[in-house]
Design a protein around this ligand. Structure first.
Ligand SMILES: [Zn+2]
Length: 384
């Protein structure tokens, strides 16, 4: 039974019009309520809320036949990057093919695809050999710190993960993802009067700037690495004071797990060069929160089947590509669960007020995921 576009479109509009910015606890609770009601309508499922750490926002777990021999985990996040105060709050139907709105691609559209796929799968006399769990989390956009434990726990009892993050604008899935890390660089110097000569003051901003200029060159030195200086602070409006404090926040990404060591070593070397100078102390804190999602043989085999399902349905051909952005697919990989990622809608301009999704992809990607579940149930996907 093919899902109907108007139904899926209207559900997506309803979900996307409910603000669920990662920091909007009230909005997240309201969104959780919408998801709980809609997922609970699937026949034969059990729905429970699960507590996260560091936040009162909850995750939702939907399970079906947990005793079946084949077990698949379907993952998605229901938070978005648009807070309650953001100007982008509502959907706009650009034309009958395109919906613009907050989270329509990343990834409430993906959640609509997931639900429609499960609904279609369950409506077609499902085999008792396949069970699944849906895990919907509230904090992916801020690093999944509160839900990482739930993801790891769920990963352990499944054989394959399906992540409904958006597909690429051309329809390609995601083959692998960079690992991501967040770091804070804190530089302490010595305050003094700007006019004093000779001066024993040490300018923390100038020293931090030296470090940052060198760190910014790191991607050129270490291929596969990305580094973004996201924020700099320090000093005061009293410009006659030599500032004794400056700080910067860095986003660092690596393609392979093995790339992490050289990046950290190089940053430590740059910090050490500043620290040899009297009166200055530069410290780097932070870590990689999501290891890279690397593609292994299990993913290769599952993707080949996914592509074949698309061909059987007569859908436009698609491939898969490496992505710089992390997702919970990274955490599933780290927990040892092979997974396919980018199974959600086709869309673009994520994290901006131009975010949109291609409406026909709601139906097509749902049919595709439903067909894939049937193929797993039939025992035709290696390892599941
Ligand atoms: Zn996302």
């Amino acid at each position: 039974m093919a899902p109907e576009l108007p139904l899926l479109r209207d559900r997506l509009i309803r979900w996307a019009n409910q603000n669920s910015g990662s920091d909007n606890l009230t909005g997240l609770a309201a969104m959780l309520g919408l998801l709980e009601a809609d997922f609970a309508a699937l026949p034969g499922v059990t729905v429970v809320r699960a507590a996260c750490v560091h936040t009162t926002a909850q995750a939702l777990r939907v399970s079906y036949r947990p005793e079946a021999p084949r077990q698949v985990l379907l993952c998605g996040h229901y938070d978005t990057v648009y807070g309650a105060g953001h100007s982008f709050q509502h959907c706009e139907l650009v034309n009958d093919q395109t919906l613009r709105g907050p989270g329509v691609a990343d990834m409430k559209g993906g959640l609509v695809v997931m639900l429609a796929a499960l609904s279609a799968y369950l409506a077609a006399s499902p085999s008792d050999t396949l069970g699944f769990e849906v895990l919907l989390t509230p904090d992916e956009e801020t690093g999944s710190f509160g839900s990482a434990g739930l993801l790891a726990e769920s990963a352990r009892r499944h054989q394959l993960g399906l992540v409904f993050e958006p597909a690429r604008p051309n329809g390609n899935l995601v083959q692998s993802r960079k690992g991501t890390g967040n770091f804070t660089v804190t530089c302490r110097g010595r305050a003094g009067h700007a006019a004093k000569t000779p001066s024993d003051a040490r300018n923390a901003i100038a020293a931090l700037a030296e470090f940052l200029v060198a760190a910014h060159r790191l991607p050129a030195e270490l291929p596969g690495t990305l580094l973004n200086i996201g924020l700099v602070r320090g000093g005061s409006e009293a410009t006659n004071v030599v500032p004794d404090f400056a700080q910067a926040l860095l986003d660092v990404r690596v393609t392979r797990a093995a790339d992490r060591e050289p990046v950290l070593a190089r940053l430590a070397e740059l910090a050490a060069a500043i620290n040899t100078r009297e009166g200055l102390k530069l410290e780097l804190t932070g870590s990689f929160n999501r290891p890279p999602k690397e593609c292994g043989p299990a993913e290769e085999a599952a993707f080949a089947v996914y592509q074949a399902c698309g061909r059987e349905l007569g859908l436009a051909p698609f491939s898969w590509v490496h992505a710089g952005g992390g997702s919970d697919g990274n955490l599933l990989s780290a927990a040892g669960l092979p997974n396919l990622d980018g199974l959600g809608v086709i869309g673009d301009h994520l994290h901006s007020d131009r975010e949109f999704c291609a409406l026909p992809s709601l139906v097509e990607r749902a049919q595709l995921a439903a067909r894939f579940l049937q193929t797993i149930a039939a025992g035709k996907v290696a390892g599941v």
